[in-house]
Design a protein around this ligand. Sequence first.
Ligand code: GDG
Length: 501
Amino acid sequence: MSNQTEPGRLIVVSNRLPVVLQKRKKKPMEYTVKPASGGLVTAFVPVLKKRGGLWIGWPGTYFEEGVDLQKFLRENQPDPDYLLSPVEITLQEYEHYYKGFANEVLWPLFHNLTSYCNFFPEYYEAYKRVNQRFSQTLLEDLRENDFVWVQDYHLIPVAKYLREEKVGNSLGFFLHIPFPPAETFQRLPNRSEIIEALLAYDLVGFQTPGDRQNFLEVVGLLHAGVTISDETLQVASIRTKERIFRAGVFPISIDFDEFSEEAKVPDVTEWVKMIREEYRGKTLLLGIDRLDYTKGIPERLRAYRLLLEENPELHGKVVLFQVMVPSRGDIGKYANFKDEIERLIGEINGCFSRLGWVPIQYSYRSLSRKELLAYYQAAEIALVTPLKDGMNLVAKEYCVAHNDEEGVLILSEFAGSICQLKEQAILVNPFDENSIAQAIKKALDLDPNEKRERMRMLRENIRRFDIYWWVDTFLGQAVPTLRNGKDSDESGEGDKRLCAK
Ligand code: GDG
């Protein structure tokens, strides 16, 4: 570790680097590199540019004998203001670390859907090995005052390995997915090690107060003599026998201004017109999800069927456009799930379709950004009904795309975004088809003025707590000198509204 006393840099550690690396066709060992897009990239890049820093992650391509990816990325980094450091992973490790422990154990368990878990011991061994490699890669560049911010469930043990190497830097972690209730977490064979690993950080961030509360309960169960400062604060201090650390609530968001502006560009508005023309005389309902069993897609489809059964006057008047973005298709449970959904859509369309009307239109692909923005705007109602979700950015994007303040958001009680959006969204229990069907009916019948007022307030809330607020507030709590500049709180109290249950 270098021992320099210059101002600290930000070091972001995430499963994937913020670039897309692709092998050149027919040219082994040659790659093209392009910047990736997405919320985290947008939020972190300004801080990295300002303060200098480093992003550590998997480059998205497997390790190849004879290829020095580190050198390649240092020479071809699209943005020279900060460095990229690749962590090399073999195909076998990817299978067990990423698909295995991260996505067949932690993902379903943390979403409280334990029947999807495969607790194979070899998964955990690979998870530890790859996390150790992340920390080794980090150590090669780490300087004394750097702040390290690790992202998400793939990389929980990084801090523990750094502490074993006597790293005293300030270390932060943010969990993008939910933290489960204690009873669910306790099923994890490696539960004590995972909790100990989280305790190695100085600041652990959660999406909602409920996630943090679940975490604190587990810490209390596995550790005798834990004391916790005021839990109504955005950031609470926790004292165990060994150390003091903090746990905070930092709901993630999107870049409001950029998203709202993009929604207005002529290409997008042209698309909106075409979609409206296509569905003229019908109300468009929209569902956009990664194909994932946490998103509640079959439950939503069954609710829509119930709506059509109970309200024949809606036949020919409503259309559900359901986008499923291919995801983790190489994990068996995901492939079966796609079949189940397609069967259900076939049954519903088979039962209700008539000349000039097919009740569900379905797309199994990723929409282009422009199409996505256009569908958000053209849809009168968005159905965001996950069984469980850390936050759910689709809910926020739908509102931000509606510069016209039209549109109704139907939102699951189990999405993290409910903590901020519950007053103006129509809430549903995603496990209860009747609740979703009734919510759609309510959305269809909503008074236009009330509809507009609800959307105006939703947008205002999202504008205020945008992605820059998220980065600044976390950094403000972890290392005030690294803040990016927008309003944030240095009192340590944070915003109490975010902690209201
Ligand atoms: C995790 C947590 C948490 C979707 N379809 C298309 C498309 N998308 C984009 C959306 C949105 C993103 O994908 C999905 O956002 P989610 O919030 O649902 O996220 P996850 O990927 O599950 O990620 C989640 C999030 O982390 C952040 O902390 O909110 O709870 O699970 O941005 O726009 N984009 C395009 N075409 C599509 O068809 N271009």
